[in-house]
Design a protein around this ligand. Structure first.
Ligand code: IMP
Ligand code: ZN
Length: 342
């Protein structure tokens, strides 16, 4: 049996694929500092984070934390730099393919188009040793007019940067708003992949709607299986559709939607050989890395090194990369396996 350190070192060394990372949730203390946040503000942010995760209703409160990150990315230069730093941190964790997602935001001196341009430029300027794609998010708390405006901007920018902007995401506080099928159909009709946060809280009718929409991937998928607060029809439907799951272990545990790592619904995916990938969600807010998440999955679900490698390898297929890029990523992983697993 290997110890935690050996396990972490293996996970760190493994070339990884990250499919679910929110830009502003990924800002680490060191990035916030580089963006000009004072040490006092950063300390305050860290204290607040600890307080939020110690509370009963922490999922609800968690969304207030993003305001602090948003304050430090309220202009084009900061958005550009934040993107570059985040990509570089993933690269330093040995992530070779990253799908970064973010909600286009309008600020005093920045339109949503400016925001997207700044993120794209940040991605373009941090291409060394990593392939990064961009998914643009629709916040479920926004009204229809705002969401439609965002979708127009997203579609326009997808046409301008087709090899970087690959998809749309549906995120935000799961206790507010609702899924709008026709909005996401518009995205799909315009060649965008669709990934949707789904069942982060109990909402059987929305789970049913989302699964029938058949997105390319879903995020979290917590309240689907009846054993984890879901419902039998939902789980049966999921097993018919077989949509890859973006699994965010620490995010779910810290937000309190899952009791503990051992009790995570991921075990149903493992037991039933259903498709999933391991992701960070908000590595800055949760103080984690993708390597740490892999090591946690290895520990709590007793996965072998080969199994962890295979999860990573299969994740390539769930990504929104081009076929050529997928081939390259698989070759990297195959070579790595020959050198490190035999
Ligand atoms: P941004 O889109 O780059 O500004 O990243 C932060 C945003 O991501 C938050 O304001 C939320 O809307 C969204 N987000 C981050 N984590 C979660 C989650 O676990 N569930 C739903 N939305 C999330
Ligand atoms: Zn998320």
């Amino acid at each position: 049996m290997e110890n935690d350190e050996e396990s972490y070192n293996f996970c760190k060394n493994l070339p990884k694929i990250e499919l679910h990372a929110h830009l502003n949730g990924s800002l680490s203390a060191s990035i916030l500092q580089k963006l000009g946040c004072s040490s006092e503000d950063i300390l305050g942010y860290q204290k607040l984070t600890q307080q939020v995760f110690a509370q009963e209703k922490r999922l609800q409160e968690c969304f207030s934390l993003f305001k602090i990150a948003h304050n430090s990315t309220n202009n084009r230069k900061a958005v550009y730099e934040a993107t570059k730093y985040v990509v570089e941190e993933f690269r330093a964790d040995n992530v070779i393919y990253l799908e970064l997602r973010t909600t286009p935001r309008r600020e005093e001196n920045m339109t949503k188009i400016d925001y997207i341009e700044a993120v794209v430029k940040g991605i373009q300027d941090a291409q060394e040793g990593i392939i990064t794609k961009l998914l643009l998010s629709i916040d479920r708390g926004h009204d229809l007019k705002t969401s439609e405006e965002s979708m127009d901007a997203i579609i326009k920018m997808k046409k301008k940067y087709p090899s970087i902007i690959k998809g749309v995401d549906f995120c935000g506080n799961p206790n507010v708003g609702s899924f709008n099928c026709s909005l996401f159909k518009q995205a799909r009709d315009n060649g965008l992949f669709v990934t949707l946060h789904c069942a982060e809280v109990k909402n059987n009718s929305e789970v049913d709607q989302i699964l029938r929409f058949e997105p390319d991937r879903i995020g979290h998928g917590t309240f689907i299986h009846p054993k984890y607060g879901g419902f039998q029809e939902g789980w049966t439907l999921y097993k018919q559709k077989i949509i890859p799951l973006e699994c965010c272990l620490t995010s779910n545990v810290l937000c309190g939607t899952v009791q503990c790592y051992k009790e995570h619904h991921l075990q149903e995916w493992i037991k039933n050989s259903l498709p999933f990938s391991l992701c960070t969600d908000d590595k800055g807010v949760f103080g984690i890395s993708l390597s740490k998440e892999l090591a946690l999955a290895k520990k709590y679900f007793e996965l072998s090194r080969e199994h962890l490698w295979k999860i990573t390898y299969d994740t390539v297929d769930y990504s929104f990369a081009s076929n050529e890029e997928k081939k390259t990523l698989k070759e990297i992983l195959e070579k790595w396996k020959l050198k490190n697993l035999f």
